[in-house]
Design a protein around this ligand. Structure first.
Ligand code: ATP
Ligand code: FE
Length: 335
């Protein structure tokens, strides 16, 4: 089966062609327009999707060396995400499916982040069920018990900010561009992770909270900057390393607890924050220390991409799960 996948839930317009479980092309247009605003501006995002979608899809076809008539279905992100952004991909997918007379397949963006592990070049061997997946992105932070492809249970989640959001908001305090996650990761490499201590939340069960650390960084910075206006500049690497260390420790503690309690050693990470080098390292350490069988996505399958949409569409295609052409996008969409 050859399927076109389309992703437009946030600020990346992406299209991918999959043949079986093999990705033939995975094209993305990033929207630099949001960098200076310190976050995604929904109005600007949907306008940029409208400009990008046709060239991105055309490029996906040409890179894959596939004709439009060769595809047997179109998968698209129906939600969750920004409604205006989702509508662009959804409308485009619907009209192309109609004109090519192929079935339409809706995809849940969060399921896609997780099921990206089943793309054939994602892992030497895919995870076996049941496995745990720490799903960490700009909008979500949760531990998912994956019992089967389409049987997932959220066993813990953030009660306030997502981990990626914490990176981005703390980065904004440091006057870094959006998204700050990858910038903090890079700056942290030259810093001391033990330089500063920030409050860690004490949460029950497997839930997370990241607004406390953000506030604690903000107050700390305000206090220090009053004494020394150049405090951030002079300590940027150490600040980034310390913040990153705290966030990753919070993430890993709960994941380790879940693994022990449920006695599951197949452990994956997914979503934009799974690109983080310290999180990846922590997973590798647990492979040694706790005997985990770990699954770390390739970089191109961490942040938003259409390859992950295409693999879910392929799995649904095999199950004959198609979507009515009258479907609409949905900002909220449970796992
Ligand atoms: P969702 O998937 O919840 O709808 P989203 O699609 O906006 O949210 P992703 O594209 O999956 O999120 O991830 C983007 C987030 O990942 C941003 O918050 C970004 O800062 C973060 N991120 C990307 N790379 C890194 C990194 N190396 N370290 C930390 N965070 C990172
Ligand atoms: Fe995402």
């Amino acid at each position: 089966s050859i399927i076109l996948g389309i992703e437009s839930s946030c600020d990346d317009t992406s299209a991918a062609i999959i043949s079986g479980s093999k990705i033939l092309s995975n094209i993305a247009a990033n929207q630099a327009i949001h960098n200076e605003y310190g976050g995604v501006v929904p109005e600007l995002a949907s306008r940029a999707h409208q400009q990008n979608i046709i060239p991105v899809v055309e490029k996906a076809f040409s890179k894959a060396n596939i004709q439009q008539n060769d595809i047997c279905a179109i998968g698209f992100t129906r939600g969750p995400g920004l409604l205006g952004s989702l509508l662009v991909g959804t409308s485009f997918a619907k009209s192309l499916a109609m004109s090519l007379d192929v079935p339409l397949i809706e995809v849940n963006h969060l399921q896609a982040h997780i099921l990206a592990h089943f793309i054939d070049d994602a892992n030497p061997t895919p995870p076996t069920f049941p496995f745990l997946c720490l799903t960490v992105s700009g909008g979500h932070t949760m531990i998912v018990l994956v019992k089967d492809y389409f049987d997932m249970e959220i066993i813990g989640k953030t009660i306030d900010d997502a981990a990626g959001e914490a990176f981005d908001k703390i980065g904004k305090i440091f006057d870094l561009d959006y998204p700050a996650g990858p910038i903090i990761d890079k700056l942290a490499k030259e810093g001391n992770p033990d330089a500063f201590q920030f409050n860690k939340p004490r949460m029950e069960n497997y839930d997370y909270s990241f607004s406390g650390i953000k506030t604690s960084v903000l107050y700390f910075i305000q206090k220090e900057v009053r004494k020394n206006p150049d405090f951030i500049k002079e300590n940027l690497n150490n600040l980034c390393a310390s913040v990153q260390r705290s966030i990753i420790e919070i993430l890993m503690n709960k994941l380790e607890k879940a693994s022990v309690d449920l006695n599951i050693k197949e452990v994956a990470i997914a979503g934009g924050v799974s690109a983080n080098s310290v999180l990846r390292k922590a997973m590798e350490i647990n492979q040694e220390k706790l005997g985990w069988n770990i699954f770390i996505p390739k970089f191109e399958y961490t942040t938003d991409n259409a390859a992950m949409i295409a693999i879910v569409a392929k799995l649904k295609y095999e199950r004959g799960e198609f979507t009515d052409i009258r479907t609409t996008a949905t900002a909220k969409y449970d796992l």
